[in-house]
Design a protein around this ligand. Structure first.
Ligand code: T5A
Length: 224
């Protein structure tokens, strides 16, 4: 009888807050510290998986392309919302649920809170509608832990700009991104059991150290 139980750790935050960088740091730490190997040997975890939204599946990559790089015509706010939801439904059914059922420890770049922050607070779409769509897309699957990488919007946008990639969302106004930031702040206040704030204004290693401490605490609780 297998006793494996997968867990979902989500990274959230405004543009350039450092999610991609920190997922790589955490993955490396989990592998090099022997933590994952230890849980795998003990039969508690099957493997470590990293994924993202939008774009965590083959179909999702096509949706991601439409969402972030399409230039044929302006994407309406509701269309945008539905495309993110479609990407999520595909990702949950194709990657997250099977992975968790198999006992994987999953690190995911963005999930449902991004939709609330960007399409809700940012675009001003109705919160109840977004909750409903998130419910449809996820079938109720929530993260076990969400790390909110909190950094000033201007610093995040500047980091993203320096990297030299400017997708459709990054080109939105500063006010839009400030509303998104407000969204993440309010969500963290509303769901303190699930969302943990990380000070992402520090250097990469200092941010990684905070994340390792939080994750270590949760792993000890999940896999005693
Ligand atoms: N979206 C997504 C929605 O609107 N609704 C939704 O439901 C979902 C799921 C996704 C876009 O879609 C939106 C949100 C986004 O706009 P994306 O390319 O995945 O697009 O965009 P981001 O998630 O914002 O990813 P980015 O790659 O832009 O930002 P990251 O991953 O947060 O940042 P990262 O790690 O790439 O770092 C950016 C730069 O900063 C440097 C890095 O080296 C890099 O150059 N950096 C630091 N510099 C100084 N100090 C630190 N601590 C640093 N950490 C990283």
């Amino acid at each position: 009888m297998r006793t494996m139980q997968g867990r979902l750790i989500v990274f959230e935050g405004v543009e350039g807050c450092g999610k991609t960088t920190q997922i790589a740091y955490l993955r490396q730490w989990l592998e090099e510290s022997g933590a994952v190997e230890q849980f795998v040997k003990a039969g508690k975890v099957s493997k470590l998986v990293t994924t993202r939204e939008p774009g965590g599946t083959a179909l999702g990559q096509e949706i991601r392309q439409l969402l972030l790089h399409s230039t044929t015509e302006q994407i309406q706010a509701r269309t945008e919302l539905l495309l993110y939801a479609a990407d999520r439904a595909q990702h949950v059914e194709g990657v997250l649920r099977p992975g968790l059922a198999d006992g994987a420890l999953i690190l995911c770049d963005r999930y449902t809170d991004s939709t609330l922050a960007y399409q809700g607070y940012g675009r001003g779409l109705d919160r109840a509608l977004i909750d409903q769509l998130n419910q449809i897309a996820t079938g109720g699957l929530e993260s076990d832990l969400t790390l909110w990488l909190d950094v000033d919007v201007k610093i995040g946008l500047e980091r993203a700009r320096q990297r030299g990639i400017h997708d459709r969302m990054e080109q939105a106004t500063l006010e839009f991104h400030q509303r998104v930031q407000q969204g993440f702040m309010e969500l963290a206040q509303s769901f303190p059991q699930r969302i943990v704030r990380v000070d992402a204004s520090l250097d990469e290693q200092a941010v990684a150290n905070q994340i390792q401490a939080i994750v270590q605490q949760h792993l000890a609780k999940w896999y005693p």
